[in-house]
Design a protein. Structure first.
Length: 94
C-alpha cells in the first residue's frame, strides 16, 4: 500500500467535506459513515493496484528472467504488463 492509514483518513475526510460543501450529495447516512465508506473504497482500490503490481512482477520474474530487475527495460515491461492486467480486470489506473 502506498498511502499510510493517516493519509487515507485525511483523503476520505477531504472528499467528504468537498462533497458536502458543494452540496453534491444528500446524506441519508451519518457523515462519519460516509467517511468510513470512502476510506473502504480507497483501501479496496489500493489493494487492487498492489495485486496487479505483484502479478506483473511475478510474470516478469518467471517469463523474462534475463531482464535486470529495476532496470529501464524491466520498468517498461512492468508498466506494459500492469496495463495489460488492468485492462483485463476492467481497472482504470491513474
Amino acid at each position: 500500500m502506498r498511502l499510510s492509514e493517516e493519509r487515507i483518513a485525511v483523503l476520505a475526510r477531504t472528499i467528504t467535506d468537498r462533497l458536502l460543501d458543494e452540496e453534491l450529495v444528500d446524506l441519508e447516512i451519518s457523515e462519519d459513515r460516509l467517511v468510513f465508506l470512502i476510506e473502504s473504497l480507497i483501501h479496496q482500490d489500493l489493494k487492487i493496484e498492489d495485486e496487479i503490481d505483484e502479478e506483473a512482477t511475478a510474470f516478469l520474474l518467471k517469463n523474462k528472467p534475463n531482464l535486470e530487475e529495476g532496470g529501464t527495460e524491466w520498468e517498461v515491461e512492468l508498466e506494459r504488463k500492469k496495463e495489460e492486467l488492468s485492462i483485463a480486470r476492467g481497472y482504470v489506473s491513474f
